[in-house]
Design a protein around this ligand. Sequence first.
Ligand code: MLT
Length: 202
Amino acid sequence: MNHLFIKGLNPTAPTLLLLHGTGGTERDLLPLAQMISPSSSILSVRGNVLENGMPRFFRRLAEGVFDEEDLIFRTKELNDFLDEAANEYGFNRNKIVALGYSNGANIAGSLLFHHKESLRGAILHHPMVPRRGIGIPVLTEVPVFISAGTNDPICSPDETRELDALLRDAGASVTVHWEHFGHQLTSSEVNAAAEWYNKLFS
Ligand code: MLT
C-alpha cells in the first residue's frame, strides 16, 4: 500500500497508524500525530480505492452505504499490510494505535470489528458503524476514543451511540467526545484525543 513511515524517537511508544478521510492522502493527519504523540513512530497509509480520483479505504455504493464485500477485503488487506510493515520497519505489531478521520476512522473501526488484536487502541474521529449483525472479537483492554458532532449529517448521533454500544459490548473501554458541529475535524476534538491518549499511553 502507498504509505510513509517515520521512525519516532521513543521506540517503546505505540506506533500511530494514520488513516485519512475520503479524498485525503497519507500526509493529511501528520500534524495530528505531532499533537497526540510527537515521539511515536508513524505509519501513514493511503487508501487503495479511488472514487472519482479521491483515495478511500474501501468502496461505497452511496454516501453512508458501504460495499461490504470490498470493506471486508480491504480491511484484511490493511491488516496484512500492518504485519508486513511491522516486519519491514521493526516496530511492535502489538502496539499500534490507529488515528483515523471519517473514512479512515471507518476502516479503523472495521479492523476492530474483523481482526482480533489488530489494534492496541484507536482514535476515531467521526466514525460510522462499519458493519451490523456480525460477531465482534473480544476487545477487552482496547481503549477507543470516538469524537462526534451533534450536527454531523454523515454520521448521526444515534449511529455514534450504536457504535459506542457495540464496542462496549465487545469489552472495549470507549470514551465519546461530543462537539456541537458537523462532520469537520475540530482542534478541540484533537486536543481531547491528545489528552485521552496521554492519560493512557504515556
Ligand atoms: C465513508 O464512506 O466512509 C463515510 O461516508 C465517510 C466519508 O468518507 O464520507
